[in-house]
Write a protein that binds this ligand. Structure first.
Ligand code: ADP
Length: 535
């Protein structure tokens, strides 16, 4: 029976833990990017790992025990009351007293355990941050500084934990005292009754030594599990704190949901239009800064649109809105005339490919990274995509070619190589809309020429948005959108914008080295933007 009991509980607990973890992860990844902006990776990891494990501990150990105790205490209590209910009341009186004491303990310990769980999260975040930034720590020889910060985070965990422990260790002896008082009272009253007759009119009838011995043996077994009750309540409070954190992640609406009126188009052409779009990131400030201000433009299917402007102008944000990483505060963004919030989320994401400035490679082979998440793709297609992205040559020279492991713990690739793999990924996806976020910023001039060549091929039959610092990348764009401080300040082709002699013309002349001295207006803008004095 013991084996069967363990088997059933453990089986239930590990499967429960697995389901909770998978569901929590899925709910977490479906949340909007805004959720992750103010969360640390380590914090989320600690929920998915430590807190979920905590639930398993509770289920295999404590919950199982709780049921046994309830059955035992209930059973023993009932037998004692049946044999002699008047004496039986004495030990069972401990139950309501115990309940009141336990409830107070629970009220006090609960916030303490919440603090402990939160300190575990902070400690994890600190460790995760430091491991990620080890290069910087070493380069600036900040080992002592970081050791101190880890000590601080670990110290917070130690202190909150100690605070909880000191409460707990007061509670357990209190509980024992209450239960043992029940035992002693039964012994004294019962003993008196046997030896001198009823000690009080309430205890009527006679009591034999045999009944008393049996009573005491039952009381003993009745009291022992009641002492364990404290441990259970303690574990429950701890698991509850973990559970609250899990539900914080689990119990949320996905950022993007298909609703009843969701439109699914047969094909997407790739016309994109923005109409009076405003957006600000949710921050802790009362009046968050509006990052996108009243932006309207149209891009027809197949056009190549360049996005330029100073750092922080809002170029990346504008594109994140198109992918619905965030939703605009007002105005509308349409694809083929359909508001993106009405378009089926899967269709929206399938239609758009994104090549980031800092491309991310997953731990896996080069081939898996190019064919990311797509199964039925043959070798030839992957190689063709790699060739078009100018990546085939360097991949071939890797130790295991396309089967070389890359990403964390894999072969280290340069920024340019990662970018080319990421471009190959986008080529293979063959999207209707392509977003290149400074996609060629890491590559040398020669590779850029190769990519530009293949880009021409790539952008020919799809709508492409290219965010560029290197203006030569967007020189041939059908339209260039010039952004400054969240506003669309100029629109036109390269020639038209030079003609206009505004911000774009200035940026261009700075980049091609036509000006020895920057115009006054440019410096003023820089001073405004960065709050520095260039005089
Ligand atoms: P660009 O791509 O033109 O360099 P961004 O779109 O990245 O500019 O940023 C525009 C503005 O939005 C900047 O002021 C930046 O600080 C702010 N910003 C960008 N990302 C976030 C974020 N996740 N949370 C809050 N503010 C952000």
């Amino acid at each position: 029976m013991s084996w069967l009991n363990d088997w059933c509980w453990s089986n239930f607990a590990i499967h429960f833990q697995h389901e909770v973890r998978v569901d929590t992860y899925d709910a977490m990844q479906r949340r909007g990017m805004g959720f992750f902006d103010d969360k640390q990776t380590g914090e989320i990891m600690s929920v998915l790992n430590n807190d979920v494990n905590q639930l398993e501990n509770f289920l295999t150990g404590t919950f199982n025990q709780a049921i046994r105790i309830i059955v035992r205490v209930g059973g023993m209590g009932a037998v004692m009351l049946m044999i002699n209910w008047r004496l039986g009341i004495v030990p069972t009186l401990a139950i309501p007293i115990l309940a009141v004491a336990s409830y107070s303990f629970y009220r006090i310990i609960r916030p303490k355990y919440r603090e402990v769980r939160s300190a575990v999260g902070s400690l994890n975040s600190r460790l995760e941050n430091n491991i990620g930034g080890l290069m910087v720590i070493k380069a600036y020889t900040r080992e002592d500084f970081e050791a101190e910060r880890v000590e601080e985070a670990s110290g917070e965990y130690r202190d909150t934990n100690w605070d909880a422990i000191t409460t707990r260790i007061i509670f357990f002896p209190t509980l024992q005292t209450i239960t043992h008082a029940g035992y002693v009272a039964t012994f004294l009253i019962g003993g008196w009754w046997v030896m001198f007759g009823s000690p009080h009119p309430f205890f009527q009838g006679t009591m034999t030594a045999g009944t008393l011995v049996m009573f005491l043996s039952y009381t003993n077994r009745f009291i022992y599990p009641m002492r364990q009750f404290g441990q259970i309540l303690n574990d429950y409070s701890y698991a509850e704190a973990a559970g609250e954190r899990i539900y914080g992640l689990l119990d949320s609406e996905p950022a993007i949901q298909a609703h009843a009126d969701t439109v699914e188009l047969d094909t997407i052409r790739g016309d994109v239009s923005y109409e009076n779009v405003y957006f600000s990131y949710e921050t802790n400030e009362e009046q968050p800064e509006t990052v996108i201000k009243d932006i309207s433009f149209r891009a027809e299917s197949g056009q190549y649109i360049g996005l330029v402007g100073p750092t922080g102008a809002g170029k990346s944000t504008l594109m994140k809105l198109l992918m619905r990483m965030y939703d605009a505060d007002s105005g509308s963004i349409r694809i083929d005339g359909v508001d993106i919030s009405d378009l089926h989320p899967q269709q929206l994401r399938d239609a758009i490919s994104y090549v980031a400035q800092e491309p991310y490679l997953f731990y896996g082979t080069v081939r898996e990274n190019i064919a990311y998440g797509v199964d039925d793709i043959d070798e030839e297609q992957i190689e063709r995509a790699a060739r078009r992205a100018g990546a085939h040559e360097f991949i071939r020279d890797l130790p295991h070619g396309y089967e070389t492991m890359v990403g964390e713990r894999g072969v280290k690739l340069s920024g340019g190589q990662r970018q080319r793999i990421s471009i190959a990924r986008a080529i293979l996806e063959d999207p209707e809309i392509l977003i290149l976020d400074e996609a060629t910023s890491h590559v040398d001039n020669e590779t850029e020429a190769v990519i530009q060549n293949s880009l021409e091929d790539l952008i020919a039959d799809r709508t492409t948005f290219a965010i560029a610092h290197r203006l030569s990348t967007v020189r041939n764009a059908d339209t260039i959108l010039v952004l400054d401080e969240g506003e669309l300040v100029e629109t036109g082709t390269h020639e038209e914008l030079l003609e206009e002699d505004g911000l774009y013309a200035t940026l261009w002349s700075v980049q091609v080295g036509e000006v020895d001295e920057l115009p006054e207006e440019f410096l003023e803008r820089a001073q405004r933007a960065y709050g520095i004095n260039l005089d």
